[in-house]
Design a protein around this ligand. Structure first.
Ligand SMILES: [Fe+2]
Length: 193
């Protein structure tokens, strides 16, 4: 189920945890699975979130062409309003080789020069957004669309057994790369269970 958890970063508390042998798990100040509340909370932090309707004719494991065709009107509406000229489909897990190196890469806090915009066609993943003294953790499931602005500090957990398929939206082709912050903050927050 889609879920948003909001934490205060509490830098002093984390520093104390680092100094102790036992690190405590931070407790969320707020948690909800209500899509309207999730959208409203994220909107106040500059993050766009929508739930898109399922496409009944689209089968699990569909290829890129079938997925882009099924969602073409919704894709077009996003492209028209936000200017994402390029879309593609990325599938992770299933019959592919181990995704663990990819998982570990994006578990580190990073930023991009371009917005990170994803629609979950299948599966799930956990975005953690580090914004103005808060960490917002959003478990995205199928039918969730999220737009994270460029330069937002964040990390992503695809889980120990990744299995997901997303439509990706880009303003520039070939311009999407991660810039790592070297802040170890991600290790203090829960991953995708
Ligand atoms: Fe990212």
């Amino acid at each position: 189920m889609t879920q948003l958890r909001i934490y205060a970063t509490q830098a002093a508390g984390i520093a104390a945890d680092r100094a102790s042998a036992v690190a405590s798990t931070p407790k969320p100040l707020f948690s909800t699975s209500n899509p309207a509340l999730i959208s409203a909370e994220l909107k106040t932090r500059g993050i766009k979130f929508q739930r898109w309707p399922s496409q009944p004719g689209l089968e699990q494991g569909a290829n890129q062409e079938q997925i882009l065709l099924a969602y073409q009107s919704l894709i077009r509406s996003v492209q028209d309003s936000d200017g994402y000229g390029t879309v593609d489909v990325m599938r992770v897990g299933g019959d592919q080789p181990s995704s663990e190196p990819l998982r570990q890469t994006f578990l580190r806090e990073h930023q991009h020069a371009e917005d990170e915009v994803r629609f979950f066609v299948e599966g799930r993943g956990l975005f953690s957004l580090h914004i103005n003294g808060e960490v917002l953790q959003l478990i995205c499931e199928a039918n969730d669309w999220i737009a994270i602005p460029a330069e937002t500090r964040h990390w992503f957990d695809m889980g120990a057994n990744p299995s997901y398929c997303v439509i990706r939206f880009f303003k520039k082709s070939g311009g999407w790369a991660a810039s790592f912050t070297d802040d170890p903050i991600a290790s203090h927050y829960p991953g995708l269970a």
